[in-house]
Design a protein around this ligand. Structure first.
Ligand code: SF4
Ligand code: F3S
Ligand code: FES
Length: 253
C-alpha cells in the first residue's frame, strides 16, 4: 500500500526552520505489518537524511522512541502500519522542549523522576542468612504493575496538567514512586510521600486519564496515582491497596 506520512519538523538552530512546520513524505510498498519506526527509517535513509528521531532497541524495551502518532502517544517501534491508515501524522511528544524534529529534551522529565528518590533505601543489616531481604508473594504483587515502567514519557507528555504546568512531577514519576512506596522492604516511603504531597506533586493530577491508555506497558497509571493519593491521605502504606476502598479513578484505571 501507499502511505503518506506527515511529520512535524523543527530545527531551532537552523535559520528559517526555527518554527514548527509540516512536511509530507510518500512511501510506496508499505506492508500492513511494517512498523512505523521502520517507515521513519525509510524516510531518513531514502528521502531526507536530515530527519531526526531517537530510538535504540526497536523492540519496545528502551522507551526512547515515544512520539505523538495520529494525535496519540505511542512508541513508534510498537505501532503497525495497518493500524494507522493511509495518512499518518507524526509529532514530537508534547510538553518538553524540541531539540530537533522528533527529538525532545528529556532532562525536565528525568529531573522529576530523580526528585522522587527512585532507588531502594534500607540501611539495616541483611538478614542472618545474609543473602536477601525476603518478601511475601502477596506483598510483591502490590507493586508488581509499576515495576514494568520503562520511562518512555508517553504518560507524562499526554497529561494536560503537565502541559499546563511543567513543574507537575507527572504520572511517570508517580508510577516510579509507587514502585518503592509500596515495597515493604523499603524504608523511605514516608519521604517519598512527603515529596508527592507538595503542591506540584500528586494533587496536580486531575484524573484526566490520558496517561493510562498512553502507556505502552499497559500499566494502570491512574490507579497507581490513586493509590499514592490514598496513602498520602492516610499517611500509611499497608492495607490500602488491592482492596475495595482504593479510589479507582476511572474504568480500568
Ligand atoms: Fe512509559 Fe508507562 Fe512508564 Fe509512563 S508509566 S513512563 S507510559 S512505561
Ligand atoms: Fe494527568 Fe493521568 Fe492525572 S492524564 S491528570 S496524570 S490521570
Ligand atoms: Fe526502544 Fe522503541 S526503540 S522502545
Amino acid at each position: 500500500m501507499e502511505v503518506t506520512i506527515r511529520i512535524k519538523r523543527q530545527n531551532p538552530e537552523m535559520p528559517g526552520k526555527e518554527k514548527p512546520y509540516w512536511q509530507e513524505f510518500v512511501l510506496k510498498d508499505v506492508e500492513p505489518t511494517d512498523r512505523l519506526l521502520e517507515m521513519l527509517h525509510r524516510i531518513k535513509w531514502e528521502q531526507d537524511g536530515t530527519l531526526t528521531l531517537r530510538r535504540s532497541c526497536a523492540h519496545g524495551v528502551c522507551g526512547s522512541d515515544a512520539m505523538r502518532i495520529n494525535g496519540v502517544n505511542h512508541l513508534a517501534c510498537k505501532v503497525l502500519m495497518k493500524d494507522l491508515g493511509p495518512k499518518v501524522t507524526v509529532e514530537p511528544i508534547l510538553g518538553l522542549p524540541v531539540i530537533k524534529d522528533l527529538v525532545v529534551d528529556m532532562e525536565p522529565f528525568f529531573a522529576h523522576y530523580r526528585s522522587i528518590m527512585p532507588f531502594f533505601v534500607n540501611d539495616t543489616p541483611l538478614p542472618e542468612d545474609g543473602r536477601e531481604r525476603r518478601q511475601s508473594q502477596a506483598d510483591r504483587e502490590v507493586f508488581d504493575d509499576t515495576t514494568k515502567c520503562i520511562l518512555c514519557a508517553c504518560c507524562t507528555t499526554s497529561c494536560p496538567s503537565f502541559w499546563a504546568n511543567g513543574k507537575y512531577v507527572g504520572p511517570a514519576a508517580i508510577v516510579q514512586a509507587h514502585r518503592f512506596i509500596f515495597d515493604t522492604r523499603d524504608q523511605a516511603w514516608e519521604d517519598r510521600i512527603n515529596i508527592l504531597a507538595e503542591p506540584n506533586g500528586v494533587w496536580r493530577c486531575r484524573t484526566v486519564y490520558n496517561c493510562t491508555p498512553a502507556c505502552p506497558r499497559e500499566i494502570q497509571v491512574t490507579r497507581a496515582i490513586g493509590e499514592v493519593k490514598l496513602a498520602i491521605r492516610r499517611r500509611k502504606r499497608e492495607g490500602i491497596v488491592n482492596t475495595k476502598d482504593v479510589v479507582i479513578a476511572a474504568p480500568g484505571g
